[in-house]
Ligand binder design. Structure first.
Ligand code: ATP
Ligand code: MG
Length: 290
């Protein structure tokens, strides 16, 4: 795998960096972290799209107090284009609301697939970074989206279930989807605790898997964060920041891009679809040989 910074500037003009934010266990702070990452990257001059691939209750638009009138479902039904459903967040970045169509990739007809592919290509040209807020768990779509992204950011907390589930997700992505590099953020932990949790994850991953885990930082368990989420606000500057957050965000933003997986939004969509269709085919073949 080659990491290359030199040609990033011209590549990013056509291929935004696509980062999937995932976890094993739900409720660990993925949506919060996705929003902060989008806002911080935007504040640092990047054109950012946050794709809401989580249909849970506290998804990105809800967390910002916005209500999305349209979603990808409307695009799939042909009533509007992808560009028409993009929602300005009012915080410097845009939101692409997912919709249930995103969760039924295998049911899309070829015309719908082609339509979305073409639209994704042109939409991708308008952004430098696309953050995909995925749903909880190791569901098929999380796997498809993560395997189609340039980078995967795993969020976990010190809760033992969260650690086990994060490991399980990394294992599936590495064994079934050939992903060998992951960014890791530990939420709801101070610096010392986050190092302990990360080392625990690293030791088990080193033992059983062939993967690189890059520790990007931590975020304290803080009432400031809880209040920010409740009041639908995000931190736009480091002055009132909870310890660790901005260091982690900046480290993620400054990390060299992975040119071997850098294909932007079209690549993302194409690979998500292929992964979904391949799995369906495999399931059908297994069913047939049973
Ligand atoms: N650092 C933190 N300090 C305090 N509370 C936090 C912190 N991070 C997250 N939380 C709490 O955890 C809740 C869940 O956060 P969030 O919705 O971002 O998780 P999620 O991983 O996206 O969940 P889901 O899997 O359901 O999509 C928040 O509502 C908030 O109350
Ligand atoms: Mg969420």
């Amino acid at each position: 795998m080659s990491l290359d910074t030199d040609s990033t500037a011209d590549r990013t003009q056509t291929a935004p960096q696509v980062i999937a934010v995932a976890s094993g266990k739900g409720g660990v702070g993925k949506t919060f972290f996705s929003l902060q990452l989008a806002a911080r990257a935007a504040a640092r001059g990047k054109r950012v799209l946050l794709m809401d691939a989580d249909l849970g209750l506290a998804n990105a638009d809800v967390m910002l107090g916005l209500s999305a009138p349209h979603s990808i479902d409307d695009v799939l039904q042909g009533s509007c284009g992808l560009q028409d459903i993009v929602l300005p967040s009012g915080r410097g970045f845009d939101i692409l609301p997912g919709g249930s169509g995103l969760h039924e990739l295998t049911t899309l007809g070829t015309t719908q697939q082609q339509l979305i592919l073409d639209e994704m290509s042109s939409l991708g040209r308008a952004y430098d970074m696309v953050v995909i807020d995925t749903g909880a768990g190791i569901g098929d779509n999380v796997l498809y989206f993560a395997s189609a992204s340039e980078s995967v950011l795993i969020v976990l907390t010190p809760d033992p279930t969260s650690l086990t589930d994060a490991y399980a997700l990394i294992k599936v992505l590495s064994r079934q989807r050939d992903i060998d590099r992951f960014m890791v953020v530990i939420n709801q932990a101070d610096e010392v605790e986050s190092q302990i949790v990360f080392r625990r994850l690293l030791s088990v991953a080193d033992r059983y898997l062939d993967v690189y885990l890059d520790f990007m930082g931590h975020l304290d368990n803080s009432p400031v964060v809880r209040r920010a989420i409740q009041s639908q606000s995000i931190f736009s500057s480091p002055d009132k920041l909870p310890p660790g957050l901005f260091n982690a965000l900046d480290r993620i933003i400054d990390r060299p891009r992975d040119n071997s997986r850098n294909g932007g939004l079209r690549f993302f969509w194409e690979h998500s679809l292929h992964a979904a269709l391949d799995s369906e085919l495999q399931a059908a073949q297994q069913g047939g040989t049973r």
